[in-house]
Structures are given as structure tokens and as C-alpha cells.
Write a protein that binds this ligand. Sequence first.
Ligand code: SAH
Length: 366
Amino acid sequence: MSREDMRGAEAQKEGGKAQLLSMTPQELGVFLKELGQPAFRAKQLFAWLHQGAAFDEMTNLPKALRERLEAECLANPVSVLETVRSKIDGTIKLLYRLPDGHVIEGVLMRYKYGNTLCLSTQVGCRMGCAFCASTLDGCARSLTPGEMLGQIVCANGVLRRGDQEGEASKVGNIVLMGSGEPLDNYDNVVKFLRILHTEGGLCIGMRSVSLSTCGLVPQMRRFAGEGLPVTLSLSLHAPSDEIRRRLMPVAKAYAMDEVLDACRYYIEKTGRHVIFEYALVHGVNAAPEHAAQLACRIRGMQCHVNLIPLNSVPERGLTGVTEREVEAFKKALEQRGISVTRRREMGDDIEGACGQLRRRYLQEDA
Ligand code: SAH
């Protein structure tokens, strides 16, 4: 068990309350059996938890059981501290609180085709990418499966309260692109994904999930065999090992060839294509010759490149690029037959980027 996992386990015990959202229906069955309850209650409780009900709203459970659960368990370990709505595009930034007092954040993006929630998988991150605000204070701990599911349950609650559309307005797509490195919290993320598509719960299919990784090669290969065909996004951000190592410490552990091979393996095993995330950093990786180099490296792969204009991180002295530079880079890839789009910037007025709102909150609090 890593230090982060141990802290996570300690955090779960804090306050002595069990996190029911971390349990599969089978595990809930075992838990309820110990309380002398019949097997069918597990299904009822599982459904209520994922609908975001409080214990006293679970009307088909006996009152004595509801009171016991209230005293000993958490229905949702996550609560919403603050919501900030973008006036430009309806994006909602969410600040959440965990049972041990840690604060995490998420972004709810509202598209015509549905709602996408960006989830955090750890409190902070220990990967140390030069451009990323989430990693500036390191990783405090990994999140439990229930703390990941709880973010979705909270966001559904925000949608329910804010909308007149009722049923239509739920989180339909998940991107694991908030704080943290999902594959550095492997077991909890895999369990989260299994519970996510369990019947009677949130029922979000794997095709509606994207997992973004900085490229932990052994875990990527292992994940390919889990039978969870989510879209894999790889944070590539560079056309060469030399540039990648300047931006991402993880590139010192795994060469680009190894990472790209792991992507090929994922494509082969799951039949899904891979998305390469590429944040354009002024003066570092954004020149047309970098695009040409990148095209050479990924040619022939079933892949798509997503260009992200860097959200400047003044703490690290890195700045974004101009519109002209983005277009030139995009064109250089297109000319070489690479499928490419630029990521739409959502919630620009509400500190939509990773870790920014949380940092402001923590700084104000200090
Ligand atoms: N740890 C995972 C997921 C979290 S970050 C990963 O590395 O992929 C989600 C995406 O946002 C990653 O592609 C990350 O590289 C990118 N990102 C982080 N900080 C950014 C910034 N300041 N500007 C643009 N993209 C950024």
C-alpha cells in the first residue's frame, strides 16, 4: 500500500463512518446482512445512494435501519461547498468538501448533447507536470471510489435544483481530467468505473467515460486488460523525449516510444482510438516543426490530437500561444493526415482550468 493509499484508508475511518457509495451491491448486501437485513435491501439502498437521497428519504427502508445508517454511515462522502456559474457558456465550477476536510474541485460542462462532468481522482497530484496547477502542493491523498461517485451524485443534485428540465438533466459523460493522476490511484479508479456502470446505479456506460493519464506505462497496459473500454486520453504535450522531459517528470521514467507502444496496445485490446492531449506552450513545443515531428511519431495510429491552448500558470513562468500559432500548428498536423481539433475553452471567466479555483479558495482561507 502506498503512503497516499494509507492516508486514504485513514481518512475513510475518520469520523468512524462507513462510505456506502464505495460499495458494490454485493458488498452492501454483506454489510446489511451484518445488520440483520434481508438480501433485497441491498438493491434498494444502492439505488437510493446513487440517486443522492438522504437516509430519511429512503422511504422503502425500515425506519430503525435508516436511523442506524444515519448514525454509522455516510450516504455521500462529498458535499458541495461552492458553485460558480460561467456567464459565457453555462459551465459550472464546483468546489467540494471531503469527510476529512480536504477540498477538491470539478467542472460541469453543458453541451447541446448533454452534461459532461470533469472529476478529480486525488487531492492534488504528485506527477509534477510543469504547467499544471493541481500538482503545485503535491498529493495529499487518493480519493475512494465513493468520493469519485459522490462528485457525480452532487453534480446531479446541482442540475436537479437549477433546472426545470427534470429527468433530461443529469450527468451523462465523465472525464477523469480533474486533479490527480487516475492511474496513480489504480484500484479505486477501476472499482469506481465498475460501480459507475452497474445496473440500478448511475448506469453510465464506459463509452461515455474518458480517462486521462500522463502516461504511467505499466498501469496503462494493465488497464487495457480490465474489460473497461473507456476512451483513453494521453497527455503527450511534446513531439520528442527531450521536450517532454522538460514539461513532465514522468517522461524521465518512461520514454515516448514506450508510452506510444502502450497506446497501441490499448487500441488493439479495446478497439477504441486514443486521444493525444497537447497543450501548446509558447517557446517550448508549439512551432510548426514540432507539429511535423509529432506527426511522424504518431502516423498510422488510430488516434486523434486535441490541442489545448495553455492556461498560463504564472507560478511556473509558462505562457500560452496566440490564435495564429494554434492555427498554424493545427494546419501542419492536418497537412500530414492527422485528425486534430482544438479544445473548446469552457468557463474561461470562472477559473475553469485544473486546480485554479481550489488554489484560490485555499489561499483565501489561509
Ligand atoms: N493526470 C492526468 C489527468 C489530469 S490533467 C493527466 O495528466 O492526463 C487533465 C489535462 O489537463 C491533462 O492533459 C493536463 O496535461 C492538462 N493540463 C493541466 N494543466 C494545464 C494547463 N495549465 N493548461 C492546459 N492544460 C493543462
